[in-house]
Design a protein around this ligand. Structure first.
Ligand SMILES: N[C@@H](CCC(=O)N[C@@H](CS)C(=O)NCC(=O)O)C(=O)O
Length: 231
């Protein structure tokens, strides 16, 4: 065993991408076991290591961690990205949860009912520019520091950087009204661990590398139930 964390998921962003980002930004190397078929997923379930028969699952420090938030919290705490006291942790949680709300909308965007793409896209962009980004712009402006919480990089900054890149994929000039976020993005982009992850060929996933249909096959998704659940 290499001692590196092992990430179990399919070859796509989904719920695992923030975990990949957090590890990569912390400079932690990891391995991936990518599910390619329903059989792979069944075998993983049969191993008994998935508490809820769901992925993401991360093998780390002898644990089989599941539930995305639990995984992220563990990694943030382990690599000193989770603030110095309870108040900083609470602030980081509040920022992160906002970005995860935005992230969820973007994750579900390709799953919307046919014909509703434009409406959904406009909703995401409206939420990003009217609800979420102003919070982080204001925070950076008001304390004048390089990072959202305290004076060092935290989980909140990494989640924000990921969120900015994702929204920019939907609308490239989305930061035009947010000068502090533009500076933040430029600063974060220069960090060596982030530069490495941004390079082509890294373990960072593209928007839709494997295709929705294949993902549905792995999880044996019923189309109607799926759309209802996601809407
Ligand atoms: N609350 C869980 C949700 C996990 C989840 O829904 N995972 C999906 C893949 S992204 C899954 O394993 N689906 C198969 C199933 O639920 O049977 C988390 O945040 O990790």
């Amino acid at each position: 065993m290499s001692g590196k964390p092992i990430l179990h998921y399919f070859n796509g962003r989904g719920r695992m991408e923030s975990v990949r980002w957090l590890l990569a930004a912390a400079g932690v190397e990891f391995e991936e076991k990518l599910l390619k078929s329903a059989e792979d997923f069944d075998n993983l379930i049969k191993s008994g290591n998935l508490m809820y028969q769901q992925v993401p699952m991360v093998e780390i420090d002898g644990l089989n961690l599941v539930q995305t938030r639990a995984i992220l919290k563990y990694i943030a705490a382990k690599y000193n990205l989770y603030g110095k006291d309870l108040k900083e942790k609470a602030l980081i949680d509040m920022y992160v949860e906002g970005m995860r709300d935005l992230n969820e909308m973007i994750m579900h965007y390709p799953l919307c009912y046919p014909g509703e793409e434009e409406k959904n896209l406009n909703f995401i962009l409206e939420r990003a520019t009217e609800r979420f980004f102003p919070v982080y712009e204001k925070a950076l402006k008001s304390h004048g520091k390089n990072y959202l919480v305290g004076n060092q990089m935290s989980w909140a900054d990494i989640q924000l950087f990921e969120a900015i890149l994702m929204v920019e994929e939907l609308k490239s000039d989305i930061l035009s009204a947010f000068p502090k976020l533009q500076e933040f993005k430029a600063r974060m982009s220069k960090l060596p661990s982030i530069q490495k992850f941004l390079k082509p060929g890294s373990q960072r996933k593209e928007m839709d590398p494997m295709g929705l249909e294949e993902v549905k096959k792995i999880f044996k998704v019923d189309e109607d139930l799926f759309l209802k659940h996601m809407s």
